[in-house]
Unconditional design. Sequence first.
Length: 70
Amino acid sequence: MNALMPLIDSAKCQGCGLCVEICTCGVLTMVDGMVTARNGGKCGWCTMCELVCPTGAISCPFEIVIEDID
Ligand code: SF4
Ligand code: SF4
């Protein structure tokens, strides 16, 4: 089974590399000027790549919402 990974919309990616810089898990890499999420990468699900992307090319379907429970 593949690990949960960020989804990258190649049509929106401008190859700025910000997501690669922010990712501390080595999941994201540049290939021919476009970012790629490597299968088998150890994504830490931090969602920082989605936050820094200026074009909205990355989405993190695994986003976890933590709620305070009274
Ligand atoms: S969610 Fe975090 S660990 Fe996973 S690819 Fe994005 S920046 Fe890297
Ligand atoms: S931050 Fe967004 S536009 Fe920049 S390389 Fe990553 S996916 Fe592409």
